[in-house]
Design a protein around this ligand. Structure first.
Ligand code: GLN
Length: 542
């Protein structure tokens, strides 16, 4: 039987709940305890798949093709698990299924209420993760902040879980913020007290409080929180903002959180072993030479939209003992401006995206990379823009395009598959989730993977159009990864270029700090060798 850890957030959003959940998972796993994770999102959208990146940041895709919250990316990267669609539940899903059941007459004419019908549905979905994963511990993050109107049914459901599952099988962690007041140089506990009061009003008494702050927390503050919030002193855990998010499991472990959870839930655990993780973090924190990568996208002012890409670059750079420094290049700006900025990077990456805005800038970046022999890595849309650019070059025609951007083009090098053409709905019409990709021997792709087959996650509607495979191949584009029946081009690379490769899938979702992705590692390896004049000087990097 699984035990449950429920994590709530107080005072502000973005307090570090997702990273905390991921870190708790890692410290339990380091004791050989099996873990699964779930995020409960209180908003009414059915999934984040159709939400704007401005609202939601990146959409993280699981192996089974669920379009989920980016926190699932943290969970997978920190814990090294592969999650499923059961791991992200939204209010939209919960209400749609309750209402569908009502329409089916399943409630036999009863009045449908938040308690018990909606809360039962939430609990059913929480238990489903335990059932599917058979994990010893299921960690459940409640999105939003305690006190939000939309969050109430979720809090009520997790309150009931303690009674249903038994007190020793459920633990509540509250992640809160201690603001720092500069004049008096103090951390303040009042907002935390209020947010714990709010939790108690619903009937949840936290067992652990993680106190996020930008400064060290004194013993006095710990005592105060312990007293006012009625939490064991050893369970008041400081969470001081760290240099890298990957350090958080170590901070929590060293503060005694792992031991406390094991004791409190009566878990059978081995000695904690975080040696490899510790080693990875100390390499990450050590000063390293930079490798400067230009990321060309249309949401560059909002870096959460490319979260997994940024992390994958960081992991791959670490494998070369380098630090990835990203120059965020606005594709719309590139479209109308010159190539000055592109000249200052060692590698160019074009990540995924939808819609025509900014596309011409991405195509310009691909042209620049091809002509100047700068390493280029295209991810999904970045493969499509690479193919469009090459098509324009080969056919001497600026009308070459994807039918996503020009439905009437005479050169649709990227197109829907014939069977997709009649679909008009926006949600749920994409190729989603993991598909096998056969690597063509002797190519850069096969060499990078050092294998024959790769399994990678997809999220797109459009595909490389086979009508153009022959002329483009003859001109130097090598389809180096194919679907097992050979029908779909999954990876393309250039014969006459040091490293210009793009894939129709999203490799960034499978990169882990301790297991960097082979294509990213190869790309950084190629970029490392590019010397760029003035690169260190003028571009803002992070
Ligand atoms: N817009 C493109 C498609 O739908 C690419 C999608 C993506 O980059 N995820 O095929």
């Amino acid at each position: 039987m699984s035990k449950y850890i429920f994590v709530t957030g107080g005072v502000i959003s973005s307090v570090g709940k997702g990273i905390s959940v991921a870190s708790v998972g890692r410290i339990l796993k380091s004791r050989s305890i099996s873990v699964s994770v779930q995020k409960l999102d209180p908003y009414l959208n059915v999934d984040p798949g159709t939400m704007s990146p401005y609202q939601h940041g990146e959409v993280f895709v699981t192996q089974d093709g669920a379009e989920t919250d980016l926190d699932l990316g943290h969970y997978e990267r920190f814990i090294g698990v592969e999650l499923t669609n059961a791991s992200n539940v939204t209010s939209g899903q919960v209400y749609s299924s309750v209402i569908a059941q009502e329409r089916q007459g399943e409630f036999l004419g009863g009045t449908i209420q938040v308690v018990p019908h909606v809360t039962n549905e939430i609990k059913r979905r929480i238990r489903k993760v335990a059932e599917i994963s058979q994990a010893e511990v299921v960690i459940v993050e409640v999105g939003g902040t305690v006190g939000d109107i939309e969050g109430q049914p979720f809090l009520e459901a997790i309150r009931q879980m303690r009674k249903d599952e038994g007190r020793d099988n459920v633990l509540y962690i509250h992640v809160s913020l201690l603001p720092h007041i500069a004049v008096t140089n103090e951390l303040k506990t009042k907002p935390t007290q209020h947010s714990v009061n709010e939790l108690r009003r619903i009937g949840i008494q936290p067992d652990v409080i993680l106190c996020r702050s930008d400064r060290e927390m004194s013993e006095g503050i710990k005592d105060k929180i312990s007293l006012f919030c009625d939490v064991d002193k050893e369970a008041v855990i400081p969470l001081v903002t760290s240099e890298t998010i990957y350090e958080v499991p170590l901070l929590l472990e060293d503060a005694g959180l792992g031991d406390f959870i094991v004791k409190r839930l009566g878990l059978e655990a081995k000695e904690s072993n975080l040696d490899n993780w510790r080693d990875m973090v100390s390499r990450l924190k050590a000063p390293k030479e930079p490798v400067i990568i230009g990321l060309v996208g249309k949401y560059v002012e909002l870096q959460d939209a490319y979260y997994s890409v940024r992390e994958a670059l960081c992991h791959a750079a670490l494998a070369h003992n380098l630090e990835a420094k990203i120059a965020w290049l606005d594709s719309e700006e590139l479209e109308h401006g010159n190539n000055d900025k592109l000249m200052q990077v060692q590698g160019i990456i074009v990540p995924g995206g939808f819609g025509y805005r900014g596309i011409e800038g991405m195509i310009k970046a691909a042209k620049f990379a091809r002509e100047k022999e700068i390493p280029y890595f295209g991810l999904c849309l970045g493969m499509q823009t690479m193919v469009i650019e090459f098509g324009r070059h080969v056919f001497h025609n600026e009308k070459v395009n994807s039918t996503e951007f020009d439905t009437d083009t005479a050169y649709p090098v990227i197109d829907l598959l014939p069977e997709q053409r009649s679909i008009s709905q926006k949600g749920g019409t994409m190729r989603l989730g993991t598909y096998p990709c056969q690597l063509v021997p002797g190519t850069k792709a096969a060499q990078a993977y050092s294998g024959e087959v790769a399994y990678e996650r997809h999220r797109h509607r459009f595909e490389f159009n086979n009508d153009f495979r022959q002329p483009l191949s003859e001109a130097g584009l090598i389809p180096s990864g194919l679907s097992p029946n050979g029908n779909l081009v999954e990876i393309a690379e250039f014969r006459d270029h040091p490293w210009m490769l793009a894939c129709q899938f999203h490799p960034e979702f499978k990169s882990r700090p301790d297991f960097p992705h082979p294509l990213f590692v190869d790309f950084i390896g190629a970029a490392q060798n590019m010397l760029v004049e003035g690169a260190q000087t003028s571009l803002p990097l992070n």
